[in-house]
Design a protein around this ligand. Structure first.
Ligand code: P1T
Length: 381
C-alpha cells in the first residue's frame, strides 16, 4: 500500500459487530474478564485500548516502523524516551530544539544525572567530536525549531552505529509524509502529534516509532509503567487526522513555497528561511533525504521588537498562537513565546532575535494568505 492508502486503511478494518467503517472510540478504562486470569486482549486502558492500538498501528506503518507508542503529549513522549537512560549517561542534543525540549532536558533530566551536550548537528563531524564513552543517545530535530536547519540523518546514523549509540529524530516539522528517519538509519522517531499528524489544532499528543525490538519493549513497558498514555478520544481524533495527512502536507508545502517566494521579494523582510528555497543551506540535502519541505517558514523582519509585535498583531488569517501544523495558518514570536526558556545568549547565538517570526503556513487559499501577510507587513510602518 502507498502512503495515502495506508493512512486510511492500516489498523482500520470495519468493526466486527456492526460493520462501522470508522474505528469506534472505546471510551473505557477497564474490560470485563470472563474468569480470573483470562481476558479478551485488554485488561486496563493504561496498558492497552483498541482505539489507541488502531492509531498506533497506522502511524507505525506510515513511519515504516514495526511499533509505535502513543503518549499524552510530545513532551510526554520525549520524557518517556529519557527514562530509557540512567544517571551518568551522556546525550548529544541538537542546539536548536523546541524550547520545551531544551527545558525538560536542562531543568528536569539533568537533575536525574543525565549529561547533555548541545551541538550544531548540521555538521555530522561536530556530533562525532562530542561523542564520549558514556554517550547513549543523539537527539535531533531536522528541520530544527525554529531556525529550520537541516541535518544529515544518514551521516549521523553512521556516527552512532559505529559506537552503539541510539539516534532519535524528532520528525514533527516534516511528518512521515515528507521524511522517514527510520529508513535513513534512525533508531527512534518521535512526533508531537499535536502538529501535522493531528492536523486540526484540536488535540495534544506524542508518539514514538521504532524498529528496534529492545527499544520497543522498553518503551511499551515505560508507557504502561509511567502512564503518560494518550486517551481513547485523543487517539481517535489523531487517527482521523492521519487519514488526510498526505493531502494536507502537499498543500502545506505548496502554500509555504509560495509564501516564502512572496516574502523574499518584500522590502520589509530581511531574511526568509525555508528549506524549499534553493539558497537554503540544507536545500540539496533535504531533497535527498526527504520528499518535500514542509509548511514552516521563518523570517527576520527589517524592523525592531515593536515592529515585529505590530506585524504579529496585524495578521487576520494567521492567528498569533503557539503551536503549528494545523489547517489554519499561525504565527508566533519565538524569543517571547515558544523559546523563552532558552537562555538569552543561546538565543542570540542561534539567531532567535527580536525581529524573528515563525510562520506555520496552513492550507487556506494561497491568495488570501498572501494578501493577509501583505497588509500586516504594510502595518509595520
Ligand atoms: O506540545 P507537545 O505536543 O508536548 O510537543 C512538544 C514538541 C516537541 N517537538 C517539537 C519539534 C515541537 O515543536 C513541540 C511543540 N512545539 C510547539 C508547541 C511550538 O509552538 O513550537
Amino acid at each position: 500500500m502507498r502512503f495515502n492508502t495506508k493512512s486510511i486503511h492500516v489498523g482500520q478494518e470495519p468493526e466486527e459487530k456492526t460493520g462501522a467503517v470508522v474505528v469506534p472510540i472505546f471510551q473505557t478504562s477497564t474490560y470485563a474478564q470472563p474468569e480470573v486470569g483470562q481476558h479478551k486482549g485488554h485488561e486496563y486502558t493504561r496498558t492497552s485500548n483498541p482505539t489507541r492500538d488502531a492509531y498506533q498501528e497506522c502511524i507505525a506503518s506510515l513511519e515504516n516502523a514495526e511499533e509505535a507508542y502513543a503518549f499524552g503529549s510530545g513532551m510526554a513522549a520525549i520524557s518517556t524516551i529519557m527514562t530509557l537512560f540512567k544517571a551518568g549517561d551522556h546525550i548529544i542534543s541538537g542546539d536548536d530544539v523546541y524550547g520545551g525540549t531544551f527545558r525538560v532536558f536542562d531543568k528536569i533530566f539533568k537533575d536525574f544525572g543525565l549529561d547533555f551536550t548541545y551541538v550544531d548537528t548540521t555538521d555530522p563531524k561536530r556530533v562525532a567530536e562530542a561523542v564520549r564513552p558514556e554517550t547513549k543517545l543523539v537527539w535531533l530535530e531536522t528541520p530544527t525549531n525554529p531556525m529550520l536547519k537541516i541535518s544529515d540523518i544518514r551521516a549521523i546514523a553512521a556516527v552512532c552505529q559505529d559506537k552503539d549509540i541510539f539516534l532519535g529524530v524528532d520528525n514533527t516539522f516534516m511528518s512521515p509524509f515528507n521524511q522517514r528517519p527510520l529508513d535513513l538509519g534512525a533508531d527512534m522517531v518521535m512526533h508531537s502529534t499535536t502538529k501535522y499528524i493531528g492536523g486540526h489544532s484540536d488535540v495534544v499528543g506524542g508518539v514514538v516509532c521504532t524498529n528496534n525490538k529492545s527499544v520497543g519493549e522498553k518503551l511499551k513497558f515505560a508507557q504502561n509503567a509511567m502512564g503518560a498514555v494518550m486517551g481513547p478520544f485523543d487517539a481517535w481524533l489523531t487517527l482521523r487526522g492521519l487519514k488526510t495527512l498526505g493531502l494536507r502536507m502537499e498543500r502545506h508545502g505548496q502554500n509555504a513555497m509560495a509564501v516564502a517566494k512572496f516574502l523574499v521579494e518584500h522590502p520589509a523582510v530581511e531574511e526568509v528561511i525555508y528549506p524549499g528555497l534553493p539558497d537554503h543551506p540544507g536545500h540539496e540535502l533535504q531533497k535527498q533525504q526527504g520528499h518535500g519541505f514542509g509548511g514552516m517558514v521563518s523570517i527576520r523582519l527589517a524592523t525592531d521588537l515593536a515592529g515585529a509585535k505590530k506585524f504579529c498583531a496585524s495578521t487576520k488569517l494567521f492567528f498569533l498562537a503557539e503551536s503549528l501544523g494545523g489547517v489554519e495558518s499561525l504565527l508566533e514570536h519565538p524569543a517571547i513565546m515558544t523559546h523563552a526558556s532558552v537562555p538569552e545568549d543561546v538565543r542570540a547565538e542561534l539567531g532567535i532575535s527580536d525581529s524573528f517570526v515563525r510562520l506555520s503556513v496552513g492550507v487556506e487559499h494561497i491568495d488570501d494568505l498572501i494578501s493577509d501577510l501583505e497588509q500586516a507587513l504594510g502595518a509595520i510602518g
